[in-house]
Design a protein around this ligand. Structure first.
Ligand code: MN
Ligand code: MN
Length: 319
């Protein structure tokens, strides 16, 4: 703690300085700043739902995730991580998307991320529908080249098009493959399930070299052994985490647009993210929290905690 004061790392506003239900509604009650200058990592919101195919509402996701993050304390009692002793972190606000134009919004997102990455800050993104991962990966690949990907989701999001549109929340990983933004043999899709348009829905991923781990393979099991394999296969490649909250069972996370039963537990979610420790994580997102369907706030609360867990496993946090 003393060390951090000397090095002037930002600290989340404590619960004994201001009641947790008061004070700034930033991610973890961190200070805000306009750009990522001087930061090791930053939280940012992308308040969009114009890529959603069924229920909307994820435009309110970043705000609600920030609100529910007020209870998260700085030290990780499960893993011992102390991210705010090792990194300069702030909330840099939201991307000013164009809610009337999805394609323009993608360009706005990519430009914004270019700015973050030019400052060498690791972006942790509060979504927003899953469309956003495509422009984020465009920016990420511009800096790092094609990246390894840990994609946790009920859905593969590899459709060629939706209603004839190439850009939507069901297409980001198809576009990422097409544009050579990801390393196919270092791409993992975990938690896929539900009903399909054909029995072969997930085989496009497999045919390109992605490893698909369907939810049924995760049932009743620890995912720690899976993550050992993931780490071994990815090695030192720059790695992006894209976490769709609908990967979780709706018993845990009902506040989302495209619900599928038989999903992951919050414990398995922690095993996946904590299992990414040791990888060269260069960014991550938590998408598809839809507050209008989240009557308890728990979906946003889980999302906030999973973003915190991503912060805890960043390489600089683990030095
Ligand atoms: Mn998704
Ligand atoms: Mn999904």
């Amino acid at each position: 703690m003393k060390d951090s004061v000397e090095r002037h790392f930002n600290q989340p506003l404590g619960g004994n300085e201001m009641p947790r239900f008061g004070g700034p509604a930033t991610m973890m009650r961190l200070p805000t700043q306009k750009s990522a200058e001087g930061l090791d990592a930053c939280f940012l919101g992308i308040p969009m739902d114009i890529g959603a195919s069924n229920r909307a509402g994820t435009r309110f996701g970043p705000r609600q995730i920030r609100a529910e993050s007020c209870m998260i304390r700085p030290f990780n009692m499960g893993t011992g991580a102390q991210p705010f002793q090792r990194m300069q972190v702030a909330d840099i606000g939201d991307v000013a998307i164009n809610t009337f134009n999805l394609k323009a919004t993608c360009d706005i997102i990519a430009d914004f991320l270019d700015g973050v990455l030019d400052h060498d800050a690791v972006p942790l993104i509060l979504g927003g529908d899953h469309t956003l991962t495509y422009p984020v990966l465009r920016s990420v690949a511009r800096k790092h080249g094609p990246v390894a990907l840990v994609h946790v989701d009920a859905h593969a999001d590899i459709s060629e098009s939706m209603f004839g549109e190439k850009i939507a929340h069901g297409t980001p990983f198809r576009r990422a493959y097409d544009d050579n933004l990801i390393i196919p043999e270092k791409t993992f899709q975990i938690g896929l399930r539900g009903s399909g348009y054909s029995p072969d829905d997930f085989n496009w991923s497999r045919s390109k070299g992605f490893e698909v781990v369907q939810a049924e393979e995760c049932w009743h099991r620890s995912l720690t052994p899976l993550m050992e394999r993931v780490r071994r296969k990815i090695g030192s490649s720059p790695t992006y985490i894209s976490y769709d909250i609908d990967s979780l069972d709706p018993a845990f996370a009902p506040g989302t647009g495209t619900v599928e039963i038989g999903g992951l537990t919050t414990i398995q979610a922690l095993e996946i993210i904590r299992g990414c420790r040791g990888l060269n994580i260069i960014g991550g997102d938590l998408v598809e929290v839809s507050p209008p369907y989240d009557t308890s706030g728990n979906t946003a609360l889980i999302g906030a905690n999973l973003l915190y867990e991503m912060l805890c496993i960043l390489p600089k946090s683990c030095e």
